[in-house]
Every structure is written in C-alpha cells, then in structure tokens.
Design a binder for this molecule. Structure first.
Ligand code: GRF
Length: 211
C-alpha cells in the first residue's frame, strides 16, 4: 500500500509497526504527502520506506495536482492507497485509478470535512468516533467499511477528544487494512463485504472486486 499523510503520521506509524509481522499480510511500499514538512515523512524514512511529496502549490490547479499525485502513487504499483491524516481532497485522477481508503475522526455521515472533532463537540453529541471508508469523489462520502464509537467526556476540549479518538482509530485502521489485504473486498453500491466471494449482488454492474 501507499500511505498518504499531511501531518504527524501516528496512524501511518501504527501501520508500519503492524507490517513488521509477515502474518499481517501487507507492506507499505511508499509514504506520500502534500506537505514537505509533514512530520510523518521523517518517520517513514527512518523505517526505510520511500517517501515522496507532491506540493499543492507547485501545480496550476487542483486537477493538475491530482494527476501528478496519481502518477506518483502509480510508480509504486500499490493494491491500496491509505489516506491516513491526509488533509486534501483527492480527485478523479487518484480515486478513478487507485482503490483508496480514508480514516475520518467522526461517525460518518455525521460531521464530514476538516473539523470533524470540533464540529461534534460544538453539536453536543455524547458519542462520536471514527470511520474507515472507501474514497469516492465526494468529501468523506464513500462506502463505509468500519466504524467505532468513542464517548465524549464532560470537560473534553478538541485536543483531548481527538487524542481519545486517535487511540481507537489506530487500532481500527490496522485491523481493517489487514483484513482487506488478507481477504480482499467487494463493494456493492454503498455496502462493503470482506472477501472476494459472497452472495450475488442484485446489480452486478454496481459491483467492484479488488484487487
Ligand atoms: C486522524 O485523526 C485522522 O482521522 C484525521 O487526521 C488525524 C491524523 O493523525 N484525518 P495522524 O497524522 O495519523 O497522527
């Protein structure tokens, strides 16, 4: 897999750790970022994993950047792209060419977008959580693979709640990516099934089996 990050990369680091065990069934072939200074890039290099940066500002528009990102990812021939704390919207050039999953720090479809933890706190929910989903061309809108709820505690601020979510998120990410790698998956409309075989979908044209 190619892992995409924009910041600290604690989720990426959890994946790198899991990949040390051959039984895990997946390998990180590269780590990519839109930000040259992303802390996670150093962690990747320390682990001996190639890192690349495709800075947004180097391209005339979003579509050119998206095409460059897609090409760079393709150089590593991944079976899966994992967006783990990648803070830009990936467009059709990436999403149309590569199977890609994203983690989001809320229980989608509630609180999509860049400020999910803040928005959940402001709304006063008692539970929020984390979601892993396949990417489509929308914002945090693709088919959901797994979700884990996290309680909001009295006195939580954004940082405290986000940290509690991230602890749960890392475990969910590692578990789910391992399952996808070992068992494959089928997407039938909005429904994701692990494994390459299963009950016949009602509309075969809607079904994608990968890889
Ligand atoms: C995670 O909470 C992820 O869901 C969100 O950004 C955070 C990234 O954290 N999109 P890290 O860089 O993996 O530490």
């Amino acid at each position: 897999m190619v892992v995409l990050i924009s910041g600290t990369g604690s989720n990426m680091a959890a994946l790198l750790d899991a990949c040390r065990s051959p039984e895990y069934g997946a390998q990180v072939v590269a780590v990519g970022s839109d930000r040259p200074g992303a802390g996670g890039l150093e962690k990747a290099e320390e682990a001996g994993v190639p890192a690349f940066v495709v800075p947004f500002r180097d391209y005339a528009d979003r579509s050119e950047w998206d095409t460059a990102m897609s090409e760079r990812i393709a150089d590593f021939e991944p079976d899966l792209v994992v967006s783990a704390g990648f803070m830009r919207i990936l467009g059709p050039a990436v999403v149309g060419r590569h199977a890609a999953v994203n983690i989001h720090p809320a229980l989608l479809p509630s609180f999509p977008g860049a400020h999910a933890v803040r928005d959940a706190l402001a709304h006063g929910v008692r539970f929020t959580g984390t979601t892993i989903h396949f990417l489509d061309e929308g914002v945090d809108s693709g088919p959901i693979i797994d979700q884990v709820p996290v309680p909001v505690e009295d006195g939580d601020d954004e940082a405290a709640l986000h940290e509690r979510i991230k602890t749960v998120e890392r475990r969910m990410l590692v578990d789910t990516v391992g399952e996808l790698a070992r068992r494959g998956w089928t997407v039938d409309g909005r429904h994701v099934r692990l494994g390459r075989t299963g009950p016949s979908p009602t509309d075969a044209s809607e079904t994608k089996e990968t890889p």
